[in-house]
Design a protein around this ligand. Structure first.
Ligand SMILES: Cc1cc2nc3c(=O)[nH]c(=O)nc-3n(C[C@H](O)[C@H](O)[C@H](O)COP(=O)(O)O)c2cc1C
Length: 192
């Protein structure tokens, strides 16, 4: 029973039946046929986010690798978990997911170039990026606001992306500054 504002007891309302939470959402299974890509992006683009760089040391080359993402969120304090989504088309994710440790770098407003570099397809993304290492050896990018070192805990297929849940092992604040914001396909700053 749940207490209502006037003190009386409210009966819980049972949730409507849903498919099991672990059921993968297959591409093309939407029941709303008029959702085209442009509409989806323009509506969802009204949700402002920060941007992170997900980095690791490549198992094969021992060099830093990474990609930019705005789908990052915190999930759980106990155990400490975070999550993000990765497109099936990513060529960097298969190399990131097998690394010993991942590092989520929260990008600062002056790091637009870092974001652009890491969202490139191909090439040496780290050619002009300065970095140090977190306790587990993953790359911490210079001037990131904070870093979160983690390992992949679980992966869930979701349409054209995978939802990745990662366990946090170390984390800290880093550079002082303002966040890089992503909104309606463009970049901005926080004037709070
Ligand atoms: C602002 C921004 C946010 C992005 N967010 C994501 C994301 O959440 N998930 C994702 O898979 N790719 C995201 N991307 C695209 C990747 O950074 C990258 O372009 C893509 O993974 C292709 O590179 P790759 O083949 O090296 O992986 C984002 C790109 C930008 C510029």
């Amino acid at each position: 029973m749940t207490a209502t504002p006037n003190g009386s007891a409210a009966t819980p309302v049972s949730a409507p039946a849903r498919p099991p939470v672990s059921a993968p959402v297959s591409p093309g299974s939407s029941t709303v046929s008029d959702i085209d890509g442009m509409r989806f992006r323009s509506v969802l683009g009204r949700f402002a986010t920060g941007v992170v760089a997900i980095t690791a040391i490549d198992q094969e080359t021992a060099k830093p690798i990474g990609l930019a993402a705005n789908s990052f969120t915190s999930v759980s304090l106990d155990p400490p978990l975070v999550a993000f989504c990765v497109a099936h088309t990513s060529s960097t994710w298969p190399r990131l997911r097998v690394a010993d440790r991942l590092c989520i770098n929260i990008l600062s407003e002056p790091q637009l170039d870092v974001c652009r570099q890491l969202s490139m397809k191909g090439g040496d993304k780290f050619a002009t990026i300065d970095w140090t290492t977190a306790p587990g050896g993953s790359p911490v990018i210079k001037e990131a606001l904070a870093w979160i070192e983690c390992t992949v805990e679980s992966e869930y297929p979701a349409g054209d992306h995978m939802i990745i849940v990662a366990r946090v092992h170390h984390l800290d604040k880093h550079h002082e500054g303002e966040p890089l914001l992503f909104y309606q396909g463009g970049y901005g700053r926080f004037d709070g």
